[in-house]
Design a protein around this ligand. Sequence first.
Ligand code: B12
Ligand code: SF4
Ligand code: SF4
Length: 359
Amino acid sequence: MNQISDVKTIVKRAAEQAGFDLAGIAPAADAEELEHFPEWIADGHAGEMKYLEARDDHGSLKRASLGRVAPWARSVVVCAINYNTENPYSTEVHDSTRGWISRYAWSREDYHDAVLRRLKQVEAALHQAVPAESEPTLTTRSYVDTGPVVERVFAKYAGVGWIGKNTCIINQKKGSWLFLGVILTSLELAPDLPAPDRCGTCTRCIDACPTDAILAPYQLDSNKCISYLTIEKRGSIPGDLRSGMGRHVFGCDICQDVCPWNRKAPAATAPEFDPRPGLVNPALAWLVEMSVEEFREAFRGSPIRRTKRSGLRRNAVIAMGNSGNREFLSLLDQLAADEDQTVSESARWARAKLRTSTE
Ligand code: B12
Ligand code: SF4
Ligand code: SF4
């Protein structure tokens, strides 16, 4: 075995020891999928997520080319960890008093921290495997979400999974309940084979998306996606998209719940992804009535903090409007006068919706 394939074996073993379910190596090249990125941005599909539009000094989009942001990178180590737990899918629960928090956000620890900690272990193993005196010196950078990298494209070329028509990475054995982490490295490692697309003629995710956010296979308009609306969108949610949100209060799992490759998805082994009490199919009244202190306590170290208390209450109020459950009317009467303008406006919408609801 030569030194480079030795390092590759060490990296993969380190990923396994750190608790990753999958790991692979992609070349640090600009894959053809990245050619679609500038058009996606130009079409406004990033919504208000301005960080996706970051440009270099020449005005070129950073995320469209790794060569622009990390010209020294030769290989990308992609690691993936399963976050699935043995709990129902959103498509299997129907209690009108309850909402849906997406699977990834039930966890005890924010996935950014849980994945980055493991990634740092793999990065350390990589540094140990390469002699300190080697030329050029080894450079590495680890990212979970926040780097200027479209992680899913590199996950495909690392053989971790294919990019499904719902735009998620799907592994033939593990399904798509996976978090990704990437390590850019100056070391040229032998790449793995890209995972072949196994979507075939299936269109379940496109057909099931309640807001028609998947415009065409592999193309998602964030502005319409419930995940974006409930997590990233600040202030009021556009009126025409509220009904499609159903009872989602944080994120959305529908296009993965209906995916045949998730029918037998195994459960995670990492204890950090065990759900916090009350978050699987939570009571809507609990969420809207939450005080500042309760919110802080319930979601300390949780990804749910991202939408802030105001966003979570806004989402829960809209979910009440979509519930068809008129028992919420008296609570919505109170909330229509809430001091938070976004909550009060959403409550007035929800009240009107419930009054005309026939369910
Ligand atoms: C911004 C973002 C979002 C946005 C936009 C999502 C999106 N599809 O782009 C919003 C808020 C909507 C979102 C939602 C979710 N996200 Co998100 N998100 C990201 C983030 C930070 C950047 C993604 C990005 O750059 N998007 C830009 C677009 C253009 O890329 P893309 O959709 O992946 O499209 C590529 C391919 O589809 C490709 N393509 C391939 N073939 C073809 C063919 C044709 C013809 C065309 C046109 C394009 C094309 O072109 C694009 C690249 O140019 C990544 C982390 C990262 N740094 O990568 C996490 C990430 C993608 N998200 C993740 C997760 C878990 C989610 C949610 C499941 C959370 C939830 N339950 O609510 C949902 C899933 C929704 C969905 N169906 O994608 C995981 C995905 C893991 C996985 N198994 O794939 C990531 C990787 C985070 C992580 N580190 O684990 N997310
Ligand atoms: S996450 Fe929900 S809203 Fe977004 S594309 Fe998937 S099904 Fe549609
Ligand atoms: S539901 Fe079907 S089309 Fe969509 S990602 Fe899964 S296999 Fe692919």
